[in-house]
Write a new protein. Structure first.
Lengths: 308, 329, 298
């Protein structure tokens, strides 16, 4: 099944303020794309807009074979959510109703989408190393963080969705559980031929599972490309900063350089010019006057100059 | 199970504390009625022995002897539901009167709480959903106002409007003894309901505001929970999401329920007085007026016991509904 | 969202207070009305009796007089001006209620702070007691006490009201103290080597104060109504003039429910109670917004 996602000129606002501005991105069918950025960069807002959630001011989110999520009415959106596109919350967030067992909530999901048979949950849970009967009879508070995350993935995929969005799937989990969850994401992605978007602040997660990566800052995508290329040869100064901030296993610890300054919040994003210029080591005059255009998968005046 | 056992022991301990308290009130306070009656009987010409046995029948303890012995005898009597004999209407056991009055108060209190709970919960959801609109503000202010006004104000207003201004409902009593006699048949039940409408409505109007406010803040906090967004992103039908919201929001209200029982039983004195309704509150009021101390302590004990029992039931209900508590138990 | 004034350290909290009060008042003008109403009642309680003679003049020829400038709220069954009765009836109940409120405040705050600060055994014992006080139906207890120990003296009434009403405040103060503890205030202060007295009075009290203020306001009103209720039932001697006595006379004696002429005599004390409640509701609404910005409807 061919279900890539095309985001074109997307702007999502909170009140009057754009949390995501003029973003264009293509999630190729069958790939895992990593979306990295600091908190407040708008990456979760972008992820939610894939399900048509949030106040989409302009632009479109087109899922192949489904349609434009930004133009659907409530009923159509509801039918698509959960059935064609699945969303997995951060482990620390409680995405389950605390008063119902997992099994009961699974039945509610099935009923909502007019599906009678949800026995697909059993092999799916077993595939992720869980005992289906036990899990389906459990309440949220009886599951560990790692188990909740697997149950979240089960909910996202049990109705055979082909687009999977994971928001910080490994945050707040211990290292071993993180590795497990990433392993599972890789496996089910391959098994089912999904189109996956994985949102994270952790470049390591992207390096491990994603074949493509998009870097977000201040509501804009500043650089994207194949993971290997971007990580090995980052062109945008922000991407370089992110990668330099990672401590290495070998060599002196102080090689890792934290990014100076703090990321902008929704209210402090500059309205004109490059959003990154306040923290940029290679700032130029043009940066405060004009917003850089996305040229050759990178949006930076400095890169543009050297390319020309 | 352990939780329920714990509640039972705590309830029993509280009932014990209250009985001890009433004992102290009646026996040790200045103007001790037992002593007063004993002396009055002697003054009327009884021998000390006669006076002593007469007093003992009335109050359940003898006017002389060591306090601890009197206390033990009093408690022993209570354990057998012997609350003494009424001073005012000589010879009538207090237990008969208070247990006869109890069902009528329970009828009013339960129907009042049930109605107010339903109205308050529904309006609370509306107030939370429309928090920033005029409707939401209006509902909240009206709710707090009615919640803050003492129940007798509501009772007086309802009585003035519906028994005097418009004579829609009877102005007093629990049923019309001239027309129906007690029994399990349509006319009697209808007449009881007809007489109970206004007093129960007074309870409901006086307390629905509390439910509204509690439900409003509860809904507002559940609306911010992630599992509702998750349910939306899974494409759950709107009514299912509403059910998730409602069940989670109502749950904390069961802890409020416990407190409200005390308030409502307390308010029953006013409501029953205003509507001349022969329940426990009315009995307590009458015994105060007549200085009928044995009846007074009996009625007070039973009201307190009813509140404690209601508390325990509310908590058991909570335990049954909330799996987080249930599975630990 | 999580960073309201409550999570700021105490000095910062204090600095924003004045402006927060003004802002909350300006956000909804009805709150100013609330302040005005409460000030009116305080004024009535303090200065009201000065405007009238000790014994209000009665006029047997002028019973249930029509509403006029002379008798804006008509007259009662003896021809006494109803407005005068409402005004002069404020001081007595208000005095007792404020005194009882102070008792509640001291006891509730002390017990709540101590329980929340010490935790462990003292906490669970004290909270059991608080639950006990909360569970005993207050009003029945009150009328039982009126005949056993007698509540005629104002200080007795204040003491009994105050001592039966501290349960809720103690619980609120305790849970607030516990949550301050969780946020690390106390550990931080202790780490700095501050003495316990300083931690309690300088760090804890200012942060708990909002809850005390809100509770105190609600408690004082409840105590006013409890007294009015006792007089209304007629279990206290009806020799003073106050709203409860008026209601008692109107409902149970003079038949104001039947005769439309006597209606103002019934409506005046009811109106006073409604107005007072409205004032309190509006102010509590403002207080809650000042102290808990998350409630703000955006």
């Amino acid at each position: 099944m061919n279900m890539g996602v095309t985001i074109a000129g997307l702007t999502v606002t909170y009140g009057d303020l754009p949390a995501v501005k003029d973003v264009s991105l293509r999630l190729e069918d069958g790939t895992i794309t990593g979306l990295v950025g600091e908190s407040g960069s708008g990456k979760s807002t972008l992820a939610l807009s894939l399900l048509g959630h949030g106040n989409i001011a302009s632009g479109s989110v087109f899922i192949d074979g489904v349609g434009d999520m930004s133009k659907m009415d409530k009923g159509a959106l509801r039918a698509v959510r959960g059935a064609k596109i699945g969303y997995v919350f951060q482990a620390a967030q409680n995405s389950l109703n605390p008063l119902l067992t997992v099994g009961k909530q699974l039945l509610d999901l099935a009923k909502s989408h007019g599906v009678r048979d949800v026995r697909g949950a059993h092999p799916l849970l077993r595939r992720m190393g869980l005992d289906p009967d036990r899990v389906l009879n459990s309440y949220q508070h009886e599951l560990s963080g790692g188990m909740r995350q697997r149950v979240g993935i089960m909910f996202a995929l049990v109705l055979n969705a082909h687009v999977l969005v994971l928001d910080e799937p490994t945050t707040a989990l211990d290292m071993i559980t993180q590795a497990n969850i990433l392993q599972i994401v890789r496996e089910v992605h391959a098994d089912r031929g999904l189109t996956t978007l994985i949102v994270t602040h952790d470049v390591g997660v992207v390096a491990e599972v994603a074949s493509r990566v998009a870097v977000m800052y201040g509501g804009r995508i500043v650089e994207c490309g194949s993971t290997k290329e971007v990580l090995a040869n980052p062109r945008h100064p922000y991407t370089r900063g992110l990668i330099n901030a990672i401590p290495r296993l070998t060599g002196p610890v102080d090689v890792a350089k934290p990014l100076p300054g703090t990321p902008p919040t929704l209210g402090t994003i500059p309205a004109v010019g490059c959003v990154f210029r306040a923290r940029c080591p290679i700032r130029m005059d043009v940066c405060s006057a004009q917003e850089p255009e996305m040229i050759d998968d990178v949006a930076c005046h400095a890169v543009g100059v050297t390319a020309k | 199970m352990w939780r329920i056992a714990g509640h039972l022991t705590r309830g029993l301990a509280m009932i014990w504390a209250v009985t001890t308290f009433t004992f102290v009130l009646i026996r040790l306070m200045p103007g001790d009625p037992v002593q007063v009656q004993y002396e009055r009987l002697i003054a009327q010409g009884m021998t000390p022995d006669q006076a002593e046995s007469a007093t003992a029948i009335t109050y359940g303890f003898v006017p002389h002897g060591p306090m601890w012995k009197q206390y033990l005898e009093y408690m022993w009597g209570l354990a057998h539901l012997d609350l003494g004999v009424s001073v005012e209407s000589q010879g009538v056991p207090v237990a008969d009167r208070v247990f006869g009055a109890l069902p009528w108060t329970v009828l009013l209190v339960l129907s009042g709480i049930l109605i107010s709970f339903l109205i308050g919960v529904v309006l609370g959801v509306v107030a939370a959903m429309r928090r920033s609109t005029m409707v939401g503000h209006g509902l909240s202010i009206a709710g707090s106002l009615l919640h803050g006004v003492p129940p007798f104000v509501i009772g007086i207003v309802l009585a003035a409007l519906f028994t005097r201004r418009w004579r829609w409902f009877p102005s007093g009593g629990h049923f019309n003894g001239d027309e129906v006699s007690p029994g399990f048949y349509y006319d009697f039940i209808g007449d009881v309901a007809y007489h109970a409408v206004l007093p129960a409505a007074s309870f409901a109007v006086a307390s629905y505001g509390g439910w509204l406010l509690a439900m409003r803040s509860s809904v507002a906090s559940v609306l911010g929970d992630d599992f509702l967004l998750a349910a939306e992103l899974r494409g759950l039908r709107p009514f299912m999401r509403f059910r998730y919201l409602a069940r989670n929001a109502i749950l904390p209200l069961f802890t409020v329920l416990a407190i409200s029982f005390g308030l409502v039983f307390g308010g029953s004195i006013f409501i029953e007085r205003i509507f001349n309704y022969p329940g426990l509150g009315m009995l307590l009021y009458q015994s105060i007026g007549a200085r009928d101390f044995s009846m007074m302590s009996g009625a007070f004990l039973l009201i307190t016991a009813a509140v404690i029992v209601a508390n325990i039931l509310a908590d058991v209900l909570y335990t049954v509904i909330d799996p987080r508590v249930r599975r630990q138990a | 969202m999580e960073t309201g004034p409550n999570s700021l350290p105490p000095p910062l909290l204090r600095r924003c207070k004045v402006s927060a009060v003004l802002r909350a008042l300006r956000r909804r003008p009805s709150r100013i009305a609330g302040v005005v109403i409460i000030l009116l009642f305080v004024f009535m309680a303090v200065a009201g009796p000065w405007f009238y003679p000790d014994r209000l003049p009665y006029d047997a020829d002028n019973i249930y007089a029509p509403i006029s400038w002379e008798h804006p709220l008509s007259t009662d069954f003896e021809g006494v001006d109803v407005l005068a009765l409402v005004v002069t009836g404020t001081r007595g109940v208000m005095l007792v209620a404020v005194a009882a409120g102070l008792v509640t405040m001291v006891v509730g705050t002390a017990i709540g702070l101590y329980a929340g600060y010490r935790r462990g055994r003292p906490d669970s014992v004290l909270m059991r007691i608080a639950d006990f006080v909360l569970t005993i139906p207050g009003f029945p207890l009150l009328i039982v006490l009126t005949v056993t120990i007698g509540l005629g003296a104002w200080w007795k009434m204040a003491l009994v009201l105050g001592l039966t009403g501290w349960g809720g405040l103690a619980r609120a103060v305790r849970s607030q103290t516990l949550s301050l503890r969780e946020r690390g205030f106390i550990e931080a202060a202790r780490g700095l080597g501050l003495p316990t007295r300083h931690i309690v009075t300088r760090e804890l009290l200012p942060n708990v104060a909002p809850y005390i203020a809100t509770n105190l306001l609600v408690a004082v009103t409840a105590y006013i109504y409890a007294q009015v209720g006792l007089y209304f039932l007629g279990v206290l001697p009806l020799d003073t003039s106050n709203w409860g006595v008026m209601l008692n006379a109107a409902v149970f004696q003079s038949g104001a429910l039947i005769s439309p002429d006597a209606l103002p005599y019934l409506l005046a004390p009811l109106g006073a109670i409604l107005l007072l409640t409205l004032g309190v509701v509006l102010i509590v609404d403002a207080l809650e917004e000042i102290f808990n910005p998350r409630l703000r409807g955006s």
